[in-house]
Design a protein around this ligand. Structure first.
Ligand SMILES: NC(=O)c1ccc[n+]([C@@H]2O[C@H](COP(=O)([O-])OP(=O)(O)OC[C@H]3O[C@@H](n4cnc5c(N)ncnc54)[C@H](OP(=O)(O)O)[C@@H]3O)[C@@H](O)[C@H]2O)c1
Length: 240
């Protein structure tokens, strides 16, 4: 794998899987734009990545704010003229404790969809012209098996209704973008990082963020022969 000379933008790269994805892409030689809704947290993450040898710069980007997505696209256009890799990683899960569908609140449903789905659409659409301008654009949507009906059906998993709904919609968005871009040089895929110890699950995961980022980086650095419109975890394809 090699990302030398590539321009990569990772949303929600201040911590967790996003930060580790940015670190790994930086280690492979990419210039990494550290997407962050909070400028200070973004600057701190970018500085930490630079200390670890990456060519990293903070980029203010709140995925729920279309103005910041447009501003980010403008900046990337001015500085680089194209974007090779977009990792739609930013995500939230605000249902604590986990909520059955009968207990879900409209507030949680709306807020979660705003970030995990509409945010991906906003950011992708703002940056798509720059990805099309790249020789081989790659979009990776960081999803979850929690958004796969076939995986959840009949299990005893505690329901996280808003989160599952949002990741199911993100999976569909991935397929739709992949279909739209099939005849272009841009490949769109989804992945699941596995159950990773991060703030999103209050540290309940089992994998490290570095381990979780592996599949994200694999899809971000796919070569010409790589797939489009697939959903992968570390073990291989996840059936939608
Ligand atoms: N951890 C797991 O087990 C697991 C499993 C499957 C999928 N995932 C997915 O992996 C992705 C990363 O999650 P994580 O586990 O690394 O969680 P995390 O440590 O909580 O990181 C989430 C990141 O998203 C950012 N973010 C949240 N809302 C944002 C917004 N409106 N605009 C821009 N950035 C925003 C956060 O920024 P702040 O620093 O500003 O809060 C943070 O950088 C998510 O999409 C999640 O659904 C995680």
């Amino acid at each position: 794998m090699d990302a030398k000379g590539k321009i990569a933008l990772v949303t929600g790269a201040t911590k967790g899987i996003g930060y580790e994805t940015a670190r790994a892409l930086g280690a492979l030689g990419a210039t990494v734009l550290v997407g962050a809704r909070d400028a200070e947290r973004g600057a701190a993450a970018a500085a930490a990545l630079r200390e670890r040898g990456a060519d990293a710069r903070a980029l203010r980007l709140d995925v729920t704010d279309p103005a910041t997505a447009e501003a980010a696209a403008h900046l990337v256009q001015e500085r680089h003229g194209h974007l090779d890799i977009l990792v739609n990683n930013a995500g939230i899960n605000i249902e604590w404790p986990a909520r059955q569908p009968s207990e879900a609140t409209l507030h949680d449903l709306r807020t979660t969809m705003e970030t995990n789905v509409f945010g991906v659409s906003t950011v992708t659409n703002a940056l798509l012209p720059l990805l099309r301008a790249a020789a081989a654009g790659r979009i990776v949507n960081v999803s979850s098996e929690m958004g796969v009906p076939a995986w959840l059906s009949g299990t005893q998993m505690p329901a996280m209704t808003a989160y599952s709904l949002s990741k199911a919609a993100l999976n569909m968005l991935t397929v739709l973008y992949a279909n739209e871009l099939r005849d272009s040089s841009v490949k769109v895929n989804a992945c699941s990082p596995g159950f990773v110890v991060t703030d999103i699950n209050r540290g309940a995961g089992v994998l490290t963020a570095q381990e979780g980022a592996r599949i994200v980086v694999d899809l971000a650095t796919l070569d010409e022969d790589g797939p489009a419109g697939v959903f992968l975890n570390d073990a291989g394809p996840v059936s939608w």
